[in-house]
Ligand binder design. Structure first.
Ligand code: CTP
Ligand code: CA
Ligand code: CA
Length: 700
């Protein structure tokens, strides 16, 4: 036995000889188990979920006794409550005051925050009183999440190859099939022989056992048609071995990192996930195949993955029940006729516990977001830029973990969402592919996008800003050297051509003469104005949907009980496409506004009746106080433009506004997203020069 297979030694099975009937499983099934086939009837999946995760993180970090009630605070709310505090009735939406009343000894620990202008997050004692100038950072929990994942992988290390899918910041799915296959062959040599007559459809011999020792597992009762007197078959034994593995993994997490977690062990992801929540904290639940119907029958189907949201509601309305057992009585044809063929068929199978979805070891992050709701709203570009730098630092630190520095993966687009009053606007730009992504580049691109929003007007007061990157792609070569980032001859030429094509007299006319200046502004504006503009529902309060590391755009929202998330989940395709259609109009409108702004810089201030003026410290002109905001925005946009002229860091947005790309944006943006937050970084100043080699190559 190899030391890398830690589970082969244990022998919890009582070897009393059982009946000699044949197994219901075949040699083919056994071989499918070894291949982790999703259609294998012996398949074993586990779901592990950390107990009161953020609360445990704080408890472990602060070395607080395990029985001490503790909750994690975010501003004036509680976002995680440990199990000792839950005993006092403290819940996620309990107010701070109520929590203290219910449990006077409770420790309330505020989440870490980025303080406006600072370069990394920290635990600030007074953060709760400074919502206006702090932004939540969930980085400490993300770091712990990674340590836990590493511990799980280390415990399971192969061969055979492990299949571990990180499902959220505190959850993983494990496909244990291949490991279990190896253990089965080790423990039951009779299984390794060739199939009789070399026919893989031949049944396996029956397991030499009549009773299984499930240790302390919570064992879900068998279906009514089954009895515990029936001898176990290989699926029960596979489940038992899976359960041993999970117990070992949980013990390792506990011993090495001090965290407790709960787990579900079952034949697929859907049942395993329900299983992990079945008994908490610090327990594992096994749902044998023969217990699936019994187990699911007691559930409301709205608890099942993908039935928690709108689809679940629709089914409840159409069938006037929330219970799985009622829906089990509905024939498949009726399901199909009421909710459509595909959904009806999926529903029919899922409530019978059939789910063949794969455990994806490489769960790919699809987008990353850093966001802040401002209460009170912010009123100047300078304030906004300070936050954009934090967002850029935050996103960049997460990109580093995704392998962006080695060019393993990189995002293609950057988005800025801006909310003013009831209006949400969004600007998007491609991330130039010819150079490495760094914090300065992200910050510059973000500021450029802000510039585009600013020239559109109606910017302040702003109540929410969200910066996101998306469209992740695998790098063309992994671990590519720095040379790989340099723009080669043709590409560089294309970049120069596209720049001059897009902006015509852009370079030649910067003489300060009024006519030429107008051309310059138009060119710069075209550059400012983005390729797509879409509205979106307001979703997050501060950063708290930033809970999960991976963004599964196809998945149901992670926290369906959250009103905010439900709102963003209801975002429709129509919402997005209608505003996309509107984007061309707004583009022109944007130019008009800028023209007006430009005109308004002149000495004759036709649009302002007021005579009250101030002298702008930047251009020394006398400006109507009513136009102060607009005038400062104009400087901001101007700065961006000259910054663009002087560096290659913000390679101009190409005129790629074709419908295919737009519909791409629609399909991406309508998806529910889950987001994450932050770590340290060095914000760069507006106008900071970019990487020199790149500049020389592209434009020198
Ligand atoms: N979380 C959050 N906001 C929500 C839901 C969850 O911030 N609306 C955070 C919680 O703070 C939590 C972590 O995400 O610690 C994982 O969530 P979940 O597993 O749902 O809850 P736990 O707190 O881990 O509690 P349980 O023991 O029930 O899993
Ligand atoms: Ca949890
Ligand atoms: Ca969870």
């Amino acid at each position: 036995m190899s030391s890398s297979q830690p589970f082969l030694n244990s022998s919890p099975i009582s070897l009393t000889a059982g009946h000699r009937r044949k197994s219901q499983f075949t040699y083919k099934h056994l071989s499918l188990l070894g291949q982790s086939s999703t259609s294998c009837p012996l398949r074993v999946i586990a779901h592990i979920d950390l107990d009161a995760f953020y609360a445990q993180c704080e408890g472990v970090r602060l070395n607080i006794a395990q029985d001490q009630p503790l909750a994690v605070q975010q501003w004036s709310g509680l976002i995680a409550i440990n199990y000792p505090a839950r005993k006092f009735g403290v819940k996620r939406f309990t107010t701070i005051g109520e929590a203290k009343k219910l449990c006077p000894d409770i420790i309330l620990q505020h989440v870490a925050t980025w303080k406006e202008g600072e370069e990394r997050w920290a635990y600030h004692q007074d953060a709760f009183a400074h919502m206006a100038t702090h932004k939540v950072s969930l980085d400490p929990y993300r770091l712990e999440s990674r340590r836990i994942l590493a511990c799980i992988k280390d415990t399971l290390r192969g061969p055979p190859i492990q299949k571990v899918e990180k499902a959220s910041i505190d959850e993983v799915f494990l496909d244990l099939s291949a490991q279990i296959h190896a253990v089965l062959l080790e423990r039951y040599p009779e299984l390794s022989g060739p199939a009789p007559y070399d026919d893989p459809t031949e049944s396996l011999p029956r397991p030499p056992t009549t009773a299984l020792d499930w240790n302390a597992d919570a064992l879900v009762d068998l279906d009514n048609s089954e009895t515990e007197d029936d001898d176990p078959d290989w699926d029960d034994i596979a489940m038992l071995i899976g359960s041993e593995i999970v117990r070992t993994v949980r013990a390792a997490i506990r011993e090495r990192l001090k965290y407790t977690c709960s787990a579900g062990v079952a034949r697929n992801k859907m049942i395993a996930k329900l299983g992990s929540a079945h008994k908490k904290p610090n327990q594992q639940t096994v749902i044998r195949n023969r217990a699936v119907q019994q187990f699911l029958g007691d559930y409301k189907f709205t608890k099942i993955r993908n039935l928690g949201g709108k689809l679940g509601e629709e089914v409840v309305t159409k069938f006037a029940t929330e219970e799985v057992k009622d829906l089990l009585l509905v024939p498949i044809e009726q399901l199909k006729s009421k909710v459509g063929d595909d959904t009806g068929s999926w529903l029919f199978h899922i409530i019978r516990g059939e789910d063949h979805s794969e455990v994806n070891s490489r769960t790919q992050i699809k987008s990353m977001l850093s966001a802040k709701s401002f209460r009170p709203s912010i009123n100047t570009s300078e304030q906004a830029v300070r936050w954009l730098r934090i967002f850029a630092a935050d996103i960049f630190s997460r990109l580093v973990e995704e392998g962006v520095v080695e060019n393993r993966r990189r995002p293609k687009t950057i988005n800025l969402h801006h909310r003013q009053g009831g209006q949400m606007r969004s600007k998007q730009a491609p991330i130039p592919s010819g150079r490495p992504i760094d914090e300065a580049l992200l910050s510059d691109l973000a500021q450029n996008l802000l510039g585009q929003i600013v020239v559109d007007g109606r910017v302040w007061p702003c109540s929410n800003l969200q910066l996101s990157v998306g469209g992740f792609e695998d790098g063309p070569t992994k671990n590519r050297g720095i040379g790989g980032f340099l723009v080669r001859g043709d590409e560089a030429k294309a970049m120069i051509t596209s720049k001059s094509e897009n902006h015509g007299s852009f370079h030649a006319t910067d003489t300060g003469l009024p006519m030429k200046r107008r051309k310059l502004e138009d060119g710069a504006l075209r550059k400012f104005l983005t390729k797509s503009e879409m509205s979106r529902d307001e979703g997050e309060e501060d950063n708290d949907i930033d809970n999960l590391d991976t963004i599964e755009e196809h998945a149901t929202l992670p926290y369906e009980h959250s009103e905010e998330n439900r709102k963003s989940g209801s975002r429709t395709c129509e919402d997005v496409s209608s505003s996309l259609l509107g984007s061309n109009e707004r583009m022109h409108e944007g130019i008009d506004i800028m023209d007006k702004v430009e005109q308004s810089q002149g000495p004759i201030l036709t649009r302002q009746p007021s005579t009250e003026t101030y002298t702008c410290i930047r251009c020394k002109r006398s400006i109507s106080v009513h136009q102060k905001e607009e005038h400062e925005d104009w400087h901001f946009a101007k700065n961006l433009q000259s910054h663009e002229n002087s560096t290659t860091s913000t390679i101009p947005v190409r005129d790629n506004e074709n419908s295919a790309q737009q519909s791409n944006h629609v399909s991406q943006s309508k998806m529910p997203k889950k987001f994450t937050a932050s770590r340290s970084g060095t914000p760069n100043a507006l106008g900071k020069k970019v990487e020199k080699g790149q500049k020389r190559l592209a434009f020198g």
